[in-house]
Design a protein around this ligand. Structure first.
Ligand SMILES: N[C@@H](CCC(=O)N[C@@H](CS)C(=O)NCC(=O)O)C(=O)O
Length: 220
């Protein structure tokens, strides 16, 4: 298998299936395309007509889009248990994952992932609303399903892959979660996500990436 990904410091959509693939324990080749460089669009189009990374190549098959790749991995490697075993928990896990995949536009545009960044941002109203929604989501998942481990549904699941980039944004932009309704659950979850060995391995690669400024447009 080959996973085609974008610049590790910025590409949230690449990080998510990369974490899921690591959790399968399967060997895979990683192909990195530097985003925001002249030529990035052509390089991506050579592997996927979607014009976006991530892309998974498995034999003759090409699977694109982060969520589709994670679902494919779940079906291909059921023993990895990438979704919760319990049907109710699985339904909620898919809901919170889909919400991340399709929503939180304000947070995504105001606070793009940049793993090297540390700042304190003044959040606008829409971004603050996204943060409050995520704080509630995480609290509910942990309260209802998190008894057997530190992740949203106890054991690690695809939902955690989808919220890992959010944890990095909260750290990068100095978001005070208590000021957005957190009772400590969200802060503890951020600490869990950011100390995960697979995430730390991705982050180490990201921080070693070429620091030259980008020359192309941002389409993250
Ligand atoms: N819905 C897609 C979004 C993928 C996406 O927007 N990828 C960005 C990088 S994070 C991309 O490939 N941008 C093209 C570019 O920067 O040239 C997914 O979930 O995989």
């Amino acid at each position: 298998m080959q996973l085609v990904i974008g610049t590790k410091s910025w590409s949230t959509w690449s990080l998510r299936p990369w974490l899921a693939l690591k959790r399968t324990g399967q060997p895979f080749e990683e192909r990195l395309i530097r985003l925001r460089w002249d030529g990035a669009a052509d390089a991506i189009r050579s592997v996927s007509a979607s014009g976006k990374v991530p892309v998974l190549r498995d034999g003759d098959e090409t699977i694109w889009d982060s969520l589709a790749i994670c679902e494919y991995l779940n079906e291909r490697f059921p023993e990895a248990r990438l979704w919760p075993a319990d049907a109710a928990a699985r339904g909620v896990a898919r809901s919170v994952t889909a919400e991340m995949h399709s929503s939180f536009q304000a947070l995504r545009s105001a606070c793009p992932m940049d793993l090297a960044l540390r700042t304190t941002a003044e959040l606008d109203t829409a971004t603050a609303a996204d943060v409050r929604r995520i704080v509630i989501l995480w609290r509910e998942c942990r309260r209802r399903f998190g008894g057997d481990g530190p992740w949203l549904f106890g054991a690690w699941s695809i939902a955690d892959a989808f919220y890992a980039p959010v944890a990095t944004r909260f750290r990068s932009y100095g978001v005070d979660l208590a000021a957005h309704g957190d009772d400590g659950t969200a802060a503890a979850y951020v600490a869990t996500a950011l100390s995960d060995p697979d995430f730390l391995s991705w982050e180490a690669d990201a921080l070693a990436e070429d620091p030259e400024p980008a020359t192309g447009p941002a389409r993250l």
